[in-house]
Design a protein around this ligand. Structure first.
Ligand code: DX5
Ligand code: ZN
Length: 244
């Protein structure tokens, strides 16, 4: 099975980077996908919003299927929706390789475990995202059901917000807990990642980064992605987090 079939963001370069289309020009999304695919992105991050869990509406499964047809890269689908269970099967059919649900959308641990089980049963990898104020400890007892924890370093809902450095200790704490697991999940960081914030994020133990505005908001997305990647590698080389 090839890398792109697995949706395994942990299987590529030291720190894989997913590109959030939320920050791209929506009138030219196909072109945005082409540019970052050619520019060396490791995954396409698709922010799905339902107008309830967060105020805005964005992409549905037809968009995921259209992007699937456009790039060989793994599709990382970030579900910012209530009732995520309704969307798992359609998103997997559309080509999602990794599906991340919000812990706050399934506050009962049993319900969250069920949704994560649905994702894995469909053949995709299962992630849980945490809003900035959601404590890391709420994942206790769920680690075996997870392939990724996505630490939100902005409030979900909008691209272009500044990175919240006060969340770095949470990244570190989760990276330490992940390292204790028999199959350590990926620690992703989403929100405000750029050439300045990528290094502190990976130094704190992040093993996957999502970037939007810092890449799509520039005249040369491939060069901007390369700068984020270089910073991510610098931070990873300086990490002091055991096991990360
Ligand atoms: C926020 C989204 C993020 C965000 C990333 O709700 O989950 O993926 O769009 O974009 P930047 O990098 O601009 O913060
Ligand atoms: Zn996202």
């Amino acid at each position: 099975m090839s890398y792109s079939d697995t949706g395994d963001v942990s299987a590529s370069p030291p720190i894989p980077i997913g590109l959030s289309l939320l920050a791209a020009d929506w009138a030219a999304l196909g072109n945005a996908v082409d540019v970052v695919t050619a520019g060396g992105a490791d995954a396409i991050h698709i922010d799905v919003m339902d107008g309830h869990f967060v105020p805005e509406l964005t992409f549905g499964r037809q968009m995921v299927a259209a992007i699937r047809a456009r790039t060989p890269l793994p599709l990382d689908v970030h579900l910012m929706v209530l009732n995520p269970d309704r969307h798992i099967e359609p998103m997997i059919e559309a080509g999602a390789g990794l599906i991340t649900v919000h812990l706050e959308a399934s506050p009962e641990p049993d319900a969250l475990r069920r949704v994560l089980g649905m994702i894995r049963a469909g053949g995709a990898r299962a992630g849980v995202a945490l809003r900035p104020l959601t404590p890391a400890q709420l994942l206790t007892g769920l680690w075996d059901a997870l392939d990724m924890v996505l630490v939100m370093t902005v409030e979900p809902g909008y691209s272009g917000q500044p990175f919240r450095a006060e969340l770095l200790p949470k990244v570190r704490e989760l990276a330490q807990q992940a390292a204790l697991q028999p199959m350590p999940p990926v620690i992703g960081v989403d929100g405000g990642i750029d050439r300045h914030t990528a290094a502190p994020a990976t130094a704190a133990g992040a093993t996957y980064l999502v970037a939007g505005t810092s890449v799509f908001g520039t005249a040369d997305p491939a060069a901007a992605l390369a700068a984020v990647r270089a910073a991510a590698e610098r931070g990873a080389a300086a990490t002091t987090t055991p096991g990360a």
